[in-house]
Design a protein around this ligand. Structure first.
Ligand SMILES: [Zn+2]
Length: 279
């Protein structure tokens, strides 16, 4: 049997597609029990039996957290470095890397997480300290109305760090991870090493558009492969993005044929075209 390469870390589009894969099916379901395996990143924060009999009202997303609204409080789920969620009427017996089964009358939501950086946390409300500890540093949602070009530019003006690292930090805008930051900066023609504070208003506007375009396309592509994604036995489906620069070091730029370069910024590899992307 061939060894599988480790899956890349789930980014916002994967989490959003995960949400769409089961949100409608689980909404209204009554919880029969929550079963946890090995410890995850944080403790649950409530006796699991207290969740039994509650209804799952809706599944929302904030950054890379999925928020399951219950009759009493909410569950916050995070996929960590390697997690994936699968909702199915029947699940096979839990394997060594299955660390949560949320059993409902419509099916079981299972968290598969080999590296166990994922999380399942209950909080009494989204405003509670338990939830805010996880959510309050998150920037605006890139695919929601609150993300506008003028505020984005104003926020960038306050940062002297390289733009790629400012995007990855997630406190100005959430969910622009390593792959999508490289791709958005290429689309906007901005060198990843450019200081955020030096980016002009027109370039910030282009970057704002590029972030929305890149993430929307990834969600769409994930959405269109949703069937495969859901049936993937709990393994996260990664979208075969036609990357412009990510993972293409040494290959010709799709626009100008200059070889794509890679550098390391903050321990993450960044890819860019030295001709198309200006400092
Ligand atoms: Zn180029």
């Amino acid at each position: 049997m061939a060894l599988r390469a480790p899956a890349p870390m789930p980014e916002l589009p994967e989490v959003e597609v995960t949400r769409r894969s089961f949100a409608d099916r689980i909404a209204g379901a009554v919880i029969g029990g929550l079963h946890l395996g090995k410890p995850l990143r944080w403790p649950l924060g409530v006796e699991a039996r207290n969740l039994s009999g509650q209804r799952v009202r809706a599944v929302r997303r904030r950054g890379k957290y999925l928020l399951l609204d219950l009759d009493d409080g909410l569950l916050l789920l995070h996929l960590g470095m390697s997690g994936s969620l699968n909702f199915a009427p029947q699940q096979p017996a839990a394997g060594p890397h299955d660390h949560m089964d949320l059993v409902t009358d419509r099916g079981t939501l299972r968290l598969h997480d080999p590296r166990r950086f994922g999380a399942v946390v209950w909080a009494p409300s989204e405003d509670s300290p338990q939830a805010q500890k996880l959510l309050d540093h998150l920037g605006v949602e890139p695919l929601a109305g609150g993300f506008d070009a003028a505020s984005f530019h104003a926020a960038l003006r306050q940062r002297s760090a390289p733009i790629k690292q400012v995007l990855l930090a997630g406190d100005i805008v959430v969910g622009v991870g390593n792959i999508y930051a490289s791709e958005a900066l290429f689309l906007a023609g901005i060198r990843p090493t450019t200081r955020a504070s030096k980016i002009s208003r027109p370039r910030a506007r282009r970057l704002h558009e590029a972030i929305i375009a890149v993430l929307s396309r990834a969600v769409e592509q994930g959405g269109s492969s949703l069937r495969d994604f859901v049936s993937a036995e709990g393994k996260t489906g990664y979208f075969q993005l036609e990357a412009a620069v990510y993972g293409r070091a040494g290959q010709p730029c799709r626009v100008c044929a200059t070889p794509i370069r890679s550098i390391v910024q903050g321990q993450r590899t960044t890819f860019f075209c030295p001709a198309c992307q200006k400092p």
